[in-house]
Design a protein around this ligand. Structure first.
Ligand SMILES: Cc1cc2nc3c(=O)[nH]c(=O)nc-3n(C[C@H](O)[C@H](O)[C@H](O)COP(=O)(O)O)c2cc1C
Length: 161
């Protein structure tokens, strides 16, 4: 078991708010973890979780509470090619809008539920950004992530897949 030196941010986004949040996290967090990679989810499947890293799911919600289109393949692979992910440690940044009260931040919550079903362990609480609050998602997510990394990284020992 080792303390992870790499954070991989898996990004699901339609209009780039989640992408910009991930980029802000990557710029602001380098003193807290040696390597931060921003990786849009396009074309990924569960094999991404074979990498020795701490993971951050950073995704918005679209449609009727769905994950963004670019996140669909990865999300569906968690169902169609399920694997035990007991070695995975992850956090969640969920972007949404409370104007959709029934499905607020469902995209991130859906990933959280599925990863946890497969044995992955979430570290810390889910961070939710509400577009109706008029606050800057990138600023808030990166401030949250600094606290999150300080708290969880020492405890986030990963087991090589
Ligand atoms: C067509 C559409 C549908 C949306 N549906 C939801 C929803 O069901 N639940 C929610 O919490 N937010 C919903 N949102 C809000 C977005 O998740 C939010 O604006 C987010 O910041 C967009 O991030 P992105 O630019 O990374 O895609 C929706 C936005 C749009 C434009």
């Amino acid at each position: 078991m080792t303390t992870p030196d790499r954070l991989i941010i898996l990004v699901g986004s339609v209009t780039d708010n989640a992408l910009h949040a991930a980029q802000a996290i990557a710029m602001d967090g380098t003193d807290l973890i040696p390597v931060i990679e921003v990786r849009p989810m396009d074309g990924l499947d569960t094999r991404v979780f074979d990498e020795d890293a701490l993971f951050l799911i950073c995704t918005s919600t679209h449609g009727a509470g769905d994950v963004p289109e670019n996140a669909r393949a990865l999300y569906e692979s968690l169902d169609s090619a399920p694997r035990y992910l007991g070695h995975v440690r992850y956090g969640v940044v969920a972007l949404g809008d409370s104007a959709y009260p029934q499905t607020f931040c469902n995209g991130g919550l859906r990933f959280d539920e599925r990863l946890s079903d497969l044995g992955a362990q979430r570290l810390g609480d889910v961070f939710r950004h509400d577009a109706s609050m008029g606050t800057d998602a990138a600023e808030q997510a990166s401030a949250w992530c600094r606290d999150w990394l300080s708290l969880v990284r020492p405890a986030a020992q990963t087991i090589q897949a």
